[in-house]
Every structure is written in structure tokens, then in C-alpha cells.
Write a protein that binds this ligand. Structure first.
Ligand SMILES: *Cc1c(COP(=O)(O)O)cnc(C)c1O
Ligand SMILES: [Zn+2]
Length: 435
């Protein structure tokens, strides 16, 4: 790839050093995190609500239509301006925005929406970042991609690598990822390495192994993935007729999404797509809440934790995008919250029972909104969107264990227990009538 090909550059968030997009690097010489910089001044005259509206109605059958059909590449000027024929897409995005009166009442706001990223092709929002990361890896001429993962990143990377004809190598903490996600990595053909240790151990190993073995690293450290994840915000505001909500709530683990959401909002504001910037509510699990503790102390000191939570997708003690996420919270006048596993699983049961469903980590956003309303941070009259990050079927174990009362230390407040019966009509009648 030659440097003239991409009209953007990669810049350090600490010292401002800029690098050409064709250079394979994940951090700055100074150690700082990198960010993709678009020419927003120029984009102001190139993108508009009308442009994105006009791309909204196509069905992708042939590859020539896939860019407009994808909920990521529809916004390509603000994501990564690559030649359309190079795009590797399922296509992803186009996820539903649910307005559910029952859940609105349960959290305590009148206008409450759920943006369900579990409706992406592999069942999580990771597909939005991965379509960009894998497209870019292919443009760079890489033959292999790698990531460490609590599960969804590896599932997504494995699928997109298969689509692109690249070798996929995933590093997962042994015995600590949900079954649905492990199944996907194996099924999509990734070389699956179960690393002894937790996520942070696996992450350190892949950071060492990727440059040493010529693999392109696709963790959210990678700035191009975050460009794809920004489109969750583009799409949800587009779905609301370009009328931003007052709050956007999301689960926060490695903080890639928190960072991406802040960047998305800043860019939308700067190119004139929105006037008002919603506030972010980033929600962590109490057992894995270093960013929450940092927020409470005014981000004076970088915090770490030994993570422990039922929500494995946010079970992270040393978040990669910590500094980028601080900028997002500051820019949006955001708030960071922590909720208990009990609150997470009860919120999940409510989301599931509404017929929508999600994996445990996703429910942190809804649990966080409910708590923020109770503490007076979110007012009942405000418009709130909570992002559900992953699909119900990702972690069937946690769901079944909750309903059977088998989750350690968690009360099955809204349990729906299966009933074993003798095979007879009277038995059926008895159970139905007593329910
Ligand atoms: C990856 C993931 C998260 C955490 O997102 P970050 O960007 O790492 O904060 C939350 N929920 C699900 C389902 C995930 O897969
Ligand atoms: Zn730097």
C-alpha cells in the first residue's frame, strides 16, 4: 500500500507525533496510544445527513452494493476511506433500536431505547471494528491476524479472517471464556491458543508475538478497529432522525467502545451532523472497575484491578484504551459507574424477559441506567439509549445457571425454573394452572 492511498493519518494522543497509515505500528515511539485522524475541515463539505440518508435503502447481493448496505461502510468517509472493492464485509451493523415500554418503566425513564449490537453477524459489536481491521490488514498485505480476547473479539476476527482468506490466531485465557464464543473461534477455523492466565496475560503475550511473528494485531489497541466501532453512535443517531439522545449508556471493559463513542461524537459535531453532544454513561462491573475508580479520583492516577465478574466480556483489570476513554468522558461530560453482578444479572433477566435478550456484560448498561436514575444523575424526562453489546446465546451457561439458582453469590430474583413432569395431560394442566 502506498501512502497516498488513504487520506488520513495516525496520530499519538499523548505527544501528537503523526505516522503514515501504511506503517504497521500500534503505539507511538513515546508509548502513547494512537488514533486515526481524518481531515474534518475538508469532510465538513463532503458529508451530510442527506448523503447518509441516501445510502440507507440498498440490499447487498453483489459486492458492488455492499458498502452502502453495511451499517459501518455507509459512513465510510468518517471511518476509513478505502477503495470500495477492497472492503471485507458481511455486511454488519443495521442493528435494531428498540423502544420497550416495560424496560423504560423498569429503569425509570420515559424515553428509553436499546441499541442491540448483538444483532451483528457474529453476535457482537466487535464485527463493526473487525470489518475495518481486517480490510486494513488485507490492504497492508498481511497474511495473518491475531488477537487476545475474552471471546467476542476472537469470534469476530475468526469469521472476518475466514472471509478474507487470512490466517487467524486467537489467544484466550484458559477456561475463562463463554462457550458460545469458544465454539465460534473453533468453527470459523482460527488457530486457538488457550493461554494459562487471565485476559491481561493473554494480551501481553499477543503484543509480544504479533510483531515477532509477522501477525497483524487486531485488539482494540489497534486504532482502525475503533473507527468501525464509532458507527454504533453514527447509526443510532441516524435512526433517531439525527436527533441525539441526552445519554448513551454502554458497558465498559477494555474501554475501546467508550473511546470510540467519544471520538464519534466529537467528529459528528465537528463536521456538522449534530449540534448537541450526548453524555456518555460508561458502566463497569464492580469486580472489574479500574476505570470507575479512576473517575472517582478525578483520573489523577491510573488504576488497575484483579478482575472478577460474571460478565466475562468486561472482566478486564488493565484496560487498553484507558487514556483514550478519559478523553471521551471529559469531552462528553460523561459519567463512569459500577454495578454489581447481582444488578447485572437482574437487568439481564428483565431484558431477556422483554423478548430482546443479551449476554451478561451487555446488561451492565441497563443496570447502570437504572442506578443512575435512582441516584438522580439521569432525570426521568431525559432520552436515553443503552447499548446491548452481545447476543443472548453467547453465554448460555450464565443464563441457565441464573434461572436454576446456581450462580455463586447471586439471587435468582426473576428466575424462570424448568419443571419436570410425568408425561400426562393432568400434569401439564396442573403446572400451567399454577403458573
Ligand atoms: C468487548 C465487549 C465489551 C467491552 O467493550 P470494550 O470496548 O472493551 O469496553 C462489552 N460487551 C461485550 C459483549 C463485548 O464483547
Ligand atoms: Zn507519542
Amino acid at each position: 500500500m502506498d501512502d497516498g492511498m488513504l487520506p488520513c493519518r495516525v496520530q499519538c494522543i499523548n505527544c501528537g507525533a503523526a505516522y503514515p497509515p501504511s506503517e504497521i505500528r500500534y503505539t507511538c515511539e513515546c508509548g502513547g496510544l494512537l488514533e486515526v485522524e481524518h481531515d474534518l475541515g475538508k469532510l465538513r463539505s463532503q458529508v451530510s445527513r442527506e448523503l447518509f440518508d441516501s445510502r440507507n435503502s440498498s440490499f447487498a447481493i453483489r459486492h458492488s452494493q455492499i458498502a452502502n448496505c453495511s451499517g459501518v461502510w455507509r459512513y465510510r468517509e468518517l471511518v476509513l476511506p478505502v477503495p470500495e472493492e477492497s472492503i471485507i464485509s458481511r455486511p454488519e451493523g443495521n442493528t435494531a433500536l428498540y423502544h420497550n415500554p416495560h424496560l423504560a418503566q423498569w429503569v425509570g425513564v420515559e424515553e428509553f431505547y436499546l441499541k442491540h449490537e448483538g444483532e451483528n453477524p457474529t453476535g457482537s459489536f466487535k464485527d463493526r471494528g473487525m470489518t475495518v481491521g481486517v480490510t486494513y490488514a488485507k490492504l497492508l498485505g498481511m497474511k495473518a491476524v491475531a488477537c487476545a480476547s475474552t471471546g467476542n473479539t476472537s469470534a469476530s476476527m475468526a469469521a472476518y479472517a475466514a472471509l478474507a482468506g487470512l490466517k487467524a490466531v486467537v489467544f484466550i485465557p484458559e477456561g475463562m471464556i463463554a462457550f458460545g464464543k469458544l465454539a465460534q473461534a473453533l468453527a470459523y477455523g482460527a488457530i486457538t491458543l488457550q493461554v494459562k492466565g487471565n485476559f491481561d496475560t493473554a494480551m501481553a503475550l499477543v503484543r509480544e508475538a504479533s510483531p515477532a511473528l509477522g501477525m497483524y494485531l487486531l485488539n482494540s489497541l489497534n486504532p482502525f478497529r475503533l473507527e468501525g466501532q464509532k458507527t454504533i453512535v453514527f447509526e443510532l443517531i441516524h435512526q433517531l432522525g439525527w436527533e441525539p439522545p441526552d445519554w448513551i449508556a454502554l458497558p465498559a471493559g477494555n474501554l475501546g467502545n467508550t473511546a470510540a463513542f467519544g471520538k464519534a461524537l466529537r467528529e459528528m459535531k465537528e463536521v456538522g451532523l449534530i449540534e448537541k453532544v450526548p453524555r456518555l454513561l460508561a458502566v463497569q462491573a464492580e469486580g472489574a472497575a479500574p476505570f470507575y475508580r479512576g473517575f472517582v479520583n478525578g483520573f489523577r492516577k491510573r488504576e488497575q484491578a484483579t478482575p472478577n465478574t460474571v460478565a466475562t466480556a468486561i472482566k478486564i483489570g488493565n484496560p487498553v484504551s484507558y487514556e483514550r476513554a478519559i478523553r471521551a468522558i471529559r469531552y462528553t461530560d460523561g459519567v463512569v459507574f459500577a454495578v454489581s453482578d447481582q444488578e447485572i444479572m437482574d437487568a439481564k433477566a428483565q431484558i431477556d424477559r422483554a423478548g430482546i435478550g443479551c449476554e451478561p456484560a451487555s446488561a451492565a448498561s441497563v443496570a447502570g441506567v437504572r442506578k443512575a436514575v435512582r441516584e438522580g444523575i439521569i432525570r426521568p424526562g431525559e432520552r436515553v439509549v443503552a447499548v446491548l453489546t452481545g447476543h443472548l446465546l453467547k453465554d448460555p451457561g450464565a443464563t441457565v445457571d441464573y434461572h436454576l439458582g446456581r450462580l455463586n453469590g447471586i439471587k435468582p430474583t426473576y428466575a424462570n425454573r424448568p419443571v419436570t413432569i410425568e408425561a400426562g395431560l393432568r400434569e401439564v394442566e396442573r403446572v400451567i394452572n399454577s403458573a
